[in-house]
Design a protein around this ligand. Structure first.
Ligand code: GLY
Ligand code: MN
Ligand code: MN
Length: 460
């Protein structure tokens, strides 16, 4: 069995655009955390059951700093010399002479496909590479020089254990590495913005597929899942797959913010809330929500509630520009929702009273924040210092969602019966500019009339 095999072709695509950016990103990280040893794992596959794993998704920071997506890889950046001295530790290909190649369903090249060689990775990514088996000894030696060792924790248990062995169980130093990386990733460059636009465009195709297959979904006992499957197919064709569990909630399922069971039917008279996004190979991800009437026509009441949410979203979008507080667009959405809920007769108080910090009465029905940063993670840069994100100011190149919603639970006795079980969210993806914002998802119809026209144009 060992003889008669030709060489395998190269595994990695040439000219990975991340490579150029990664050099500059590593330099910025070294500037932020000088004289340290920084360890950024790609992560490992997670067990689903027995010897079957979940699909591997590489760690965001590792990909951002290297372009490498191979499981179990570990990037080590030594900043003690004042620069980002980077080494990428990798599992080499199994090699035909090993038992691993022939018999290991998790790691054997024959089972899981070929891994790139160390030389190929070094040349494709412009990084020094070393075998993963050298990591322990190399780290022990480098640890003597560094003032600090930090790891992005929880991605790779073996690496976490190794680091604990070198510098003890304290978690805080490691969280500083993660928060520094998330802060550095907040502002997107032009290539990153183009990637996000591609993710949004791919997602728009997925929504269109769903509308084309609307009648088949209506006929299916689990119509929600039919639509989820339709979007899944498009997301696999255009990118890596869905960026998060797609939410397809018909009827009162739309009132569950992260409804992912998707096992219900599409009933005439109800609306369907679809919150879906494609993740690209670069990991850039869209996060878009649209709401559709099952019959293709909103009822007057659905239209009224939809219009309230749309007004709130527009109020949030109108607030966006570099220099304003992140909280400002959230507050604009809340203010608009609260004013309309007073007009609707659901809130019996003044606007100021509804919005007072201890009250925030509109939150009974709006529940979540009205948006978040978006990028290579759908909830991007969550660990950035609060002063740079949640209590900070927007800057040109920040990318975020604006996604107010109203969710009237089916057992909410404080709202008229006809509102119970209705959930509406409208979510778009935007980039902040010096003077305003650009809506990357503007091609997806948003007003009630435009949504109805979109449905009828794509109906089979
Ligand atoms: N899809 C999750 C969210 O909208 O934040
Ligand atoms: Mn979102
Ligand atoms: Mn969403």
């Amino acid at each position: 069995m060992l003889a008669g095999w030709d060489d395998m072709p190269a595994v990695l695509a040439p000219d990975n655009p991340v490579v150029t950016y990664a050099v500059e990103r590593r330099a910025r990280l070294a500037q932020a955390l000088p004289a340290e040893l920084l360890i950024i794992p790609a992560g490992t596959a997670r067990v689903r059951s027995n010897d079957t794993d979940y699909t591997f998704r590489p760690g965001t920071d590792h990909v951002w700093l290297t372009g490498n997506t191979v499981a179990e890889s570990v990037l080590v950046i030594d900043t003690t010399g004042g620069e980002a001295d980077a080494v990428l530790y990798l599992l080499p290909p199994s090699g035909r002479a090993t038992d691993e190649f022939w018999q290991d369903p998790a790691l054997g090249d024959l089972w899981v496909g070929p891994r790139p060689t160390l030389a190929e990775t070094a040349s494709a990514l412009g990084l020094e590479t070393r075998p993963l088996s050298a990591l322990d000894a190399d780290l022990a030696q480098a640890a003597r020089r560094a003032r600090r060792i930090r790891v992005v924790p929880t991605l790779d248990e073996r690496v976490d254990d190794l680091v604990r062995g070198l510098c003890g169980p304290e978690l805080a130093p490691h969280l500083l590495l993660k928060s520094t990386l998330d802060e550095l990733r907040l502002i997107k460059n032009d290539w990153e913005l183009a990637q996000l636009q591609l993710a949004v465009d791919a997602t728009a195709l997925g929504f269109e597929d769903c509308l084309r297959e609307w009648d088949a979904a209506r006929a299916a006992p689990r119509g929600e899942r039919y639509l989820e499957g339709t979007f899944h197919r498009r997301s696999r064709l255009e990118g890596e797959g869905p960026a998060y569990g797609s939410v397809v909630g018909a009827g009162d399922h739309a009132t569950t913010l992260h409804w992912t069971a998707n096992d219900g039917p599409l009933r005439d008279g109800d609306v369907v809330l679809m919150d879906m996004g494609v993740e690209l190979p670069s990991l850039f991800s869209a996060d878009i929500t649209r709401v559709f009437p099952v019959t293709g026509t909103f009822t007057p009441l659905q239209r009224d509630v939809y219009s309230i949410v749309l007004r709130a979203q527009q109020a949030g979008i109108d607030t966006l520009r570099a220099g304003v507080a992140f909280q400002d667009y959230q507050d604009a959405c809340s203010r608009s929702l609260a004013a309309d809920l007073i007009d609707l007769g659901l809130l019996h108080c003044s606007l100021d009273e509804a919005l007072a910090p201890g009250n925030q009465y509109q939150r009974r029905w709006s529940i979540s924040r009205a948006g978040h940063m978006l990028g290579m993670d759908v909830h991007d840069c969550n660990h950035a210092p609060v002063g740079s994100y949640l209590t900070g100011r927007l800057a040109a190149g920040h990318t975020l969602t604006v996604e107010p919603g109203l969710y009237f639970q089916r057992n909410d006795l404080t709202v008229p019966e006809e509102l119970r079980g209705l959930g509406i969210r409208i979510e778009d993806d935007l980039v902040v500019t010096e003077t305003a914002s650009v809506t990357l998802s503007a091609a997806l119809p948003r007003t009630p009339d435009a949504v109805e026209s979109w449905m009828s144009a794509l109906a089979a």
